[in-house]
Design a binder for this molecule. Structure first.
Ligand code: ADP
Ligand code: MG
Length: 738
């Protein structure tokens, strides 16, 4: 008998276990059983060969149409070619051998049906599988194993790999299913309430279904497992959080917060007021706040964060602000220091009464500056400490960390949040997470399920609209000239512009582009036509050089990208912010949070290369001041293609929530959850965050109830075990990455 945690070796034998591990990283019975079929072949129904893509490892069901053998020219041996068909298309199977292959020729006689597995390629215009593995299905082929394996009508086809075929996987799965003995982790009552079958049945149903109804039942149950397990973990985290103590940091009158409010040059929006009040109240509680603040780019989240930090400083604590990039940390440091003015000049001439200090801690600080920042944090002199990942390092100590603000959470994992949280000593700090990526409800429930949520829905008054246009550079090359003209006009009015490219490039002679002639970069086709060489995506360094020589000659250009040394990056951003650069040619390093109100136009080159949310984020860099923003999405994508539709959608709306749904529809869940959520990524296999919104909501309610009644899951040993496995995995993947 086997349980899910058993190593595969014990069940399927050493050899098969090694192959499964090497090829697919499947190590336990549970791993294998959660390697679900990609699709099912119905016995006798041939695979549509037109659907095959080059490079894919596929398993197809097809019939041999003809078979020929010829000598292997120039070598000893033979080449056997079998052409198989689905009734319409053809696929050539090629076998090379040192000797003759009469036996194979006989085996693959015309009319024979089988499963063929290998990597698809195109050779002389024909689709082929070179040296495929195969398994014949013919009625009169009475090879015992084939008969047993494919007795059912539905044949599971697994995501396979070079080292292992779909039916080899199926064979191991069958062995495992035969000896499986598992306790169902899902409580009976929940199963009954939602009409779910047992786990063992579900696993049999998905791997060896009799019919589609089997698959349907199995899928429903297994999706529930994914959602439910995750929600149980999140419910436990929420509950645990309320059990922790935090030092209350209530609002007090006459301190830095009041002084800051008095200095603010604008009125808070209603949303800012509301979110601010909620946060202010939660900071006063004796258990830690865990709140996610989401709001469109430019909706004014930073102000809320600063106010929260000042409340904590007024109450005798410190606040840390964690930013995802050096550029952002620097920018926060500058703008917050500036906003606070004398309030942040403790110990300096002109510093206000009760003034505090703001320290900056990033990886690129010099030794002396770093020592000073560490000291200010450890001694408590700095009420506010701003930094990047460098803040997480062990040497960083606080005198009394009361609040952790994390900007753009999607780049940080739960573990990183915890690392910073641990610096608060006994009690736990309050945590405020800010994100400008609008998060659909289901993602919020899944990824940020352990956080409460505040949303800013309006932009501050007086914010100018952003006009977005798609520029079809392939069909209308002169539009592109007009784009550069527009930038010259903006610069002529004293405004600034961004030009964003997907790639950095090498730049200069000997770079990675063979760009001999003028205009070759902008004019070269991005073609799918066979024979044409598609050009690589545009690169910052190449385009900047070209613009400087050509269409933007005379303007002050600068480049910004991730390969620049941090102090150089900072210098460029400073120069741009100060207005001494007209056009910043950049990669997506400007994506999050960068705030230069005088920047009014953004041109995004090869825009189809960016995701919907990313484009929306990018364009949020313009229209931040009193002037209208302009965003031009330059693309050579086909007018009717999917890419163009995406770009049109971005141009048509400024509603980030709408766009994030669209984004989610078009991407795989793993990408949405982000690299920081590695553990979750691998635990969501069947669940789709958009389509299964109701299911996720139900699972969340059930999990919440269950955990409230039985926090340690004492009455649910099987569920407790499943939770442990999931958490172990999450931890292991995190450590692997770190
Ligand atoms: P976010 O971080 O949400 O993208 P910021 O906090 O950076 O937005 O705010 C963007 C800009 O709007 C900043 O220059 C900020 O000073 C300004 N701002 C914030 N709140 C208001 C408000 N209520 N009225 C006017 N301007 C505001
Ligand atoms: Mg911001």
């Amino acid at each position: 008998m086997a349980i899910l945690e058993d190593p595969l070796r014990l069940v399927v034998g050493d050899k098969a276990a090694k192959t499964l591990d090497r090829a697919l990283e499947l190590r336990t019975v549970g791993d294998l059983l959660r390697h679900y079929p990609r699709r099912y072949e119905t016995r006798g129904e041939l695979t549509d060969l037109a659907s095959l893509r080059d490079g894919e490892y596929v398993t197809v069901q097809a019939e041999v149409a003809r078979v020929t053998s010829r000598p292997w020219r120039g070598r000893r041996g033979s080449i056997l070619e079998a052409t198989v068909t689905d009734g319409h298309g053809m696929l050539v199977l090629t076998f090379f051998s040192r000797g003759r292959q009469d036996w194979r020729e006989k085996q693959l006689a015309p009319g024979t049906r089988g499963l063929f597995s290998g990597q698809v390629s195109t050779f002389r215009g024909k689709r082929q599988l070179a040296h495929p593995e195969y398994e014949l299905l013919d009625e009169d082929d009475d090879a015992a194993h084939a008969a047993a394996e494919y007795a059912a009508e539905m044949i599971p086809v697994y995501p396979a790999a070079k080292e292992i075929t779909s039916w080899q996987i199926a064979r191991s799965v069958r062995i495992v299913l035969d000896v499986l003995d598992i306790a169902d982790p899902m409580p009976r009552a929940i199963r009954d309430r939602h009409g779910l079958c047992g786990l063992a049945d579900a696993l049999r149903g998905i791997h060896r279904p009799i019919d589609w109804a089997d698959v349907g039942r199995a899928t429903k149950r297994l999706k529930w497992d994914e959602a439910f397990l995750l929600q149980v973990v999140l419910a436990q985290r929420r509950l645990a959080a309320t059990a922790y103590n935090a030092t209350p940091r209530p609002r007090s009158a006459g301190g830095l917060l009041d002084a800051y409010d008095a200095r603010l040059p604008f009125e808070l929006t209603v949303g800012q007021d509301l979110a601010g009040a909620t946060i202010g109240d939660e900071l006063a509680l004796d258990h830690p706040m865990h709140r996610l603040l989401q709001g469109e780019v430019g909706s004014g989240k930073t102000v809320i964060a600063v106010r929260a930090m000042l409340q904590v400083v007024d109450a005798g604590g410190q606040a840390a602000l964690l930013a995802p990039t050096e550029v952002l940390a620097q920018q926060h440091f500058r703008s917050i220091t500036e906003q606070l003015g004398p309030l942040a000049q403790a110990g300096e001439l002109g510093g206000a009464e009760h003034a505090t200090r703001v320290a900056l801690l990033t990886g690129s600080l010099g030794a002396a500056a770093r020592r000073r920042a560490l000291l200010e944090a450890a001694s408590g002199t700095a009420g506010i400490v701003i930094g990047t990942h460098a803040l997480l390092e062990e040497q960083v100590q606080f005198a009394g960390l009361g609040l952790v603000v994390i900007d753009e959470q999607h780049r940080f994992g739960v573990e990183q949040r915890d690392a910073l949280r641990a610096k608060a000593g006994d009690g736990r700090p309050h945590v405020l997470v800010m994100t400008a990526t609008p998060i659909p409800r289901t993602v919020a429930m899944t990824v940020f399920g352990d956080l409460e949520m505040s949303t800013l829905t309006e932009l501050p008054a007086g914010r100018s609209p952003i006009i977005t246009h798609v520029v079809p550079a392939a069909e209308k090359p002169h539009y592109l000239e007009r784009v550069w003209e527009r930038l010259r006009e903006e610069a002529g009015r004293g405004r600034q512009c961004y030009v964003v490219c997907p790639r950095i490039g090498e730049g200069g002679p000997g770079g990675d582009e063979a760009s001999g002639e003028e205009g070759s970069l902008l004019g070269a086709p991005l073609s799918d036509e066979p024979g044409d060489v598609a050009r690589p995506p545009l690169a910052v360094l190449d385009l900047a050089a070209e613009l400087e020589r050509g269409p933007l000659a005379g303007l002050r250009l600068a480049v910004l990208h991730g390969r620049l040394p941090p102090d150089e990056k900072d210098r460029v951003m400073l120069a741009f912010a100060a207005g001494s650069v007209d056009v910043l040619v950049t990669t997506t390093v400007v994506e999050v949070g960068v705030d230069v109100p005088n920047a009014t136009a953004m041109v995004i080159m090869d825009a189809e290369r960016f995701g919907v949310s990313q484009l929306h984020q990018l364009r949020g860099r313009v229209g931040r001041g009193s002037h209208e923003g302009l965003c031009l999405l330059v693309t050579e994508a086909e007018p009717d293609g999917k890419s163009r539709q995406r770009l049109d959608a971005v141009a048509a709306t400024l509603d980030g929530f709408k766009l994030s749904r669209l984004d989610l529809e078009q991407r795989r869940e793993g990408d949405v959850l982000g690299a920081a959520q590695a553990g979750r990524r691998s635990s969501l296999k069947l669940l789709t965050l958009l389509k299964d919104e109701d299911l996720i909501g139900d699972a969340r309610r059930e999990a919440q109830q269950l955990v409230e009644a039985d926090p340690a899951l004492a009455g649910q040993p099987a569920l407790a075990a499943a939770v442990r496995v999931m958490l172990d995995r999450e931890r292991a993947e995190y450590l692997e990455k770190a």
